[in-house]
Design a binder for this molecule. Structure first.
Ligand code: NDP
Length: 457
């Protein structure tokens, strides 16, 4: 017998759960299908455990700082097994909360893998379900075929399940995951060599942040090998051999593959983009009537809050009084290296290409907390201001608490703040954040590109 619903969501990660609960609150009868644990990548294998490892790594710096602040400490050692045990308990607790939230919202959880089975139909095992609206929220998984042999390397999932850290490690990739884990592992006592193919890490970020990130990694003891990635990887008796062309081979006991993630589309039967993602329109509709997709499976902006915003906008359009689209023109994001990066708005290059005449306000300094004990960590802040309208187009920062600061400034940018608004804001002293309202001197004037591109800004 077929069970009927108003909405069937495939995938109980952050986006799928948020959409399903909001739909149920709007009166829809909802089923959500999950083949692994409830909570998805962010809660169980990504953002949350990653940030808990970052907190662990930050203690390494804090112990050194504490001495400069008058503390006497004994020898500090890190026990990955104890961290792993606490992390497992925490993710189990969070999974329990997610299950309770679904139950409390009246959403039916169906465990197993769902696949589309004709119009308005989904099958889980041999259980048929039907609904006029089907939401694909299946997320993404690590790419394991980017380089011959890379499937033998660890992924971020494996790293977060380690109970013992290697003494030496190689990391391949220069994106979010590579940079965050290089920074953390170095502080936890691992000798890290980072290989990426571009001239600087974090392609797509503002140049100032890319340069600052490379310096911060080097300062943490990471060997940064820009413009160099292995062409093949082979297993050896001691670990893994990274082959660079014909003659050069380096051996590492442990290697992290951080070469990107790919949408989970197996068994869905949908047409895909050349990058393997489910294409959607502004209303999150796929090419199949009544089938929608949100989050990483669409490979637009692969960030948890975006998936949640997309899911809620979709179900409010389907079951609420007023349809709405989600505005992704100003999405803040953070890279949790130490110190972290946070950004909202276009890079300088993107703003110039979009035809803006820019005033750039930039500062780079050693925060009070560092200066006191002789620490060398710096803070870098940058504002992009449209010289014609005075609108603040972007905020870029690397430094302690950058994600907390930039999240708040993102509200101002969303509200259309001008540089005059920043100048009128009274500073809060003594903070690092006050520098954002105290930058008065233009650092540089930048003309627009002669042929503006159509890039959004
Ligand atoms: P990214 O897309 O950020 O980075 C992938 C990296 O792998 C890039 O440096 C890329 O190089 C490199 N790469 C890709 N293919 C190859 C290849 N064949 N050979 C060598 N290098 C290669 O992916 P991540 O895996 O780091 O993260 C996945 C997604 O997860 C991110 O896009 C992000 O949206 C999300 N995420 C967000 C976090 C946050 O919000 N803090 C944290 C972690 C992940 P190149 O640049 O040259 O293409």
């Amino acid at each position: 017998m077929t069970d009927h619903y108003d909405l069937i969501t495939i995938g109980a990660g952050s986006g799928g759960v948020a959409a399903s609960r909001r739909a149920a609150a709007l009166g829809a009868k909802v089923a959500i299908i999950e083949g692994r644990r409830v909570g998805g990548t962010c809660v169980l294998r990504g953002c949350v455990p990653k940030k808990l490892l970052m907190y662990a790594a930050q203690y390494g710096d804090a112990f050194a700082e504490a001495r400069g602040y008058g503390w006497t400490l004994g020898e500090a050692t890190f026990d990955m097994a104890r961290w792993a045990q606490s992390k497992a308990a925490e993710t189990t607790r969070l999974e329990g909360i997610y299950r309770k939230l679904l139950e409390g919202s009246g959403v039916t959880l169906i465990e197993g893998y769902g696949r589309l089975d004709g119009p308005q139909r989904v099958v889980v095992g041999d259980r048929p379900l039907s609904a006029p609206h089907i939401l694909i929220a299946t997320g993404s998984s690590p790419v394991i075929d980017s380089i011959p042999g890379i499937a033998q390397c660890a992924t971020s999932d494996d790293l977060l399940d380690l109970t013992e850290l290697p003494a030496t490690a190689a990391i391949i990739g220069g994106g979010f995951i590579a940079i965050e884990f290089a920074s953390m592992l170095a502080r936890l006592g691992v000798q890290v060599t980072l290989f990426f193919r571009d001239r600087a890490p974090l392609r797509g970020f503002d140049e100032s942040l890319r340069v600052a990130a490379a310096s911060a990694l080097q300062a943490a003891g990471v060997q940064v090998r820009a413009g160099l990635v292995p062409s093949r990887i082979e297993r050896s008796s001691q670990g893994l051999l990274l082959e660079f062309g014909e003659e050069r081979v380096l051996e590492f006991p442990w290697v992290l593959n951080a070469t990107g993630r790919r949408p989970n589309t197996a068994g869905l039967g949908l047409d895909l983009t050349p990058q393997g993602a489910v294409p959607i329109d502004a209303g999150m509709r796929t090419a199949l009537p009544g089938v929608y997709a949100i989050g990483d499976v669409t490979n637009r902006k692969n960030l948890t809050p975006v998936a949640i915003a997309e899911g809620r906008a979709l179900v409010e359009s389907l079951f609420g009084p007023v349809p709405r689209e989600v505005d992704l023109s100003l999405v803040p994001s953070a890279v949790f290296l130490i110190p972290p990066i946070a950004t909202v708005g276009p890079t300088e290059d993107e703003a110039v290409a979009a035809g803006h005449r820019l005033k750039i306000f930039e500062t780079d300094f050693r925060p009070m907390r560092q200066a006191f004990f002789g620490g060398q960590e710096r803070a870098h802040m940058k504002l992009l201001v449209d010289a014609d309208t005075d609108r603040v187009l972007a905020v870029h920062m690397m430094g302690a608490d950058a994600p907390e600061i930039v999240q708040s400034l993102a509200v101002a940018l969303t509200a259309g703040a001008t540089k005059a608004h920043f100048d009128r804001t009274i500073a809060m002293h003594p903070t690092a954040a006050e520098e954002f309202v105290l930058m008065r001197e233009v650092s540089r004037h930048v003309p627009p590109a002669t042929t503006p591109a159509t890039a959004p800004a």
